[in-house]
Design a protein around this ligand. Sequence first.
Ligand SMILES: Cc1cc2nc3c(=O)[nH]c(=O)nc-3n(C[C@H](O)[C@H](O)[C@H](O)COP(=O)(O)OP(=O)(O)OC[C@H]3O[C@@H](n4cnc5c(N)ncnc54)[C@H](O)[C@@H]3O)c2cc1C
Length: 392
Amino acid sequence: MENFDAIVVGAGITGAAIAYELQNQGQRVLLLEKHRQPINATALSYGGIIYWAGATPLQRQLGHESRYRWTHLSQELGGETEYRELELLLYLRPEDDAQALAKQFDHCLIRPQWVDRLTAIAIEPQLSPDGIGGGFVVPQGHCHGGKTVNAYLQAFLRLGGIVRITEVQGLITKQNRVQGVHTGAGNFFAHNVILAGGGQSLALLPESGINLPLYFTHAAVLQTVPTQENLRCVIMPADLQQRPNLEALAPTLDWHRPDDHCVATVVEPGAVQFFDGRLFIGQISQLVTSPRYHPDLAWAQQQLQTAIAKILPRLALLPVTAHHCLVAFSGQTLPLVGEMPNLPGLVLFTGFTHPLVYVPPLAQKLAHHLTVGREPVIDHLAPLLNPLQTEK
Ligand SMILES: Cc1cc2nc3c(=O)[nH]c(=O)nc-3n(C[C@H](O)[C@H](O)[C@H](O)COP(=O)(O)OP(=O)(O)OC[C@H]3O[C@@H](n4cnc5c(N)ncnc54)[C@H](O)[C@@H]3O)c2cc1C
């Protein structure tokens, strides 16, 4: 029987960051991940760190802390995150209403600036003159999701943390306290079990937590090999309400009886390029309650290539591999972070809508909260973990 201070389930950005921060606080931490080389939401992420979008005082405070943290993260972890500032260009289709779309930025910390069609093309020459009607531009942080996880994990291991590749099959609960986990490699015990399994965290929630607002979408994205085609900006559609509109349907569904019925689909043609020349071309999001659903990737590829051909025509010609992953969300502006009030020993760190902004500062605060003393921000998030008190 092995005993730890904390067991972290999942090695995406949430699991890797909280495992590192807890080990850094002197805890003995075991990180459990079911895939040796996971193709998870973090690995397929565009890498955008949207400090500019902070609308509430809490989001702005965390955005400010995040920016500082990202600037120093690579150095602290001793590994590459590919952090940089990169322009985000939110394009309009010719038929879109620029004034109506500009309203969605009313509460943002930094308002993306309107540029007409010719200026948008001067900023990003890959854009098709026929496919766009202008755009909004704003600088944002940018990283490589997979490399950032790797940097966190290498630093975690150097501090003495332990990683095991095995699937967590369930929680071990005794005397109304979570005491460990069952896995294919045996049982492991700890003072705290931290669920950071992204879209698959829902499957591990005990009965007492099943009404929490934790959902997922199925995402499909295309990946190219390193290419000579050069993309200067992150390109996304300007209508940022499409996915929130799809996510708003989640509370109306029965997540306890999952099925393969696709309730809604959103296609957001966009692209991003990383330092090695690879591009991600995305993204299709589907609301389906079964975690086992697998989209038809040939269909997804055809949809995305047809859509991207209108906006970034040269990228539509590149050879690609289509991938699928689950993306967790809470349907609230805030994630599910902290101790389950009715089940000691269980801690949630999941359901982030913009994880690359909020995970680095909140992982630090949660680790401090669990080991040193209460953190007001974590207390502020606690009501979301009480199914009776959840609010928009
Ligand atoms: C195309 C695309 C673009 C995106 N762009 C951005 C962006 O620009 N900015 C941004 O902030 N966010 C973006 N996101 C969202 C972001 O990538 C995800 O929300 C985030 O990476 C989720 O991290 P995670 O750690 O919660 O989950 P994941 O990265 O999915 O990791 C969860 C891990 O847990 C493991 N796991 C689950 N269950 C178990 C179990 N029972 N036992 C063992 N291991 C388990 C899984 O194998 C997986 O490796 C994007 C997402 C997609 C798909």
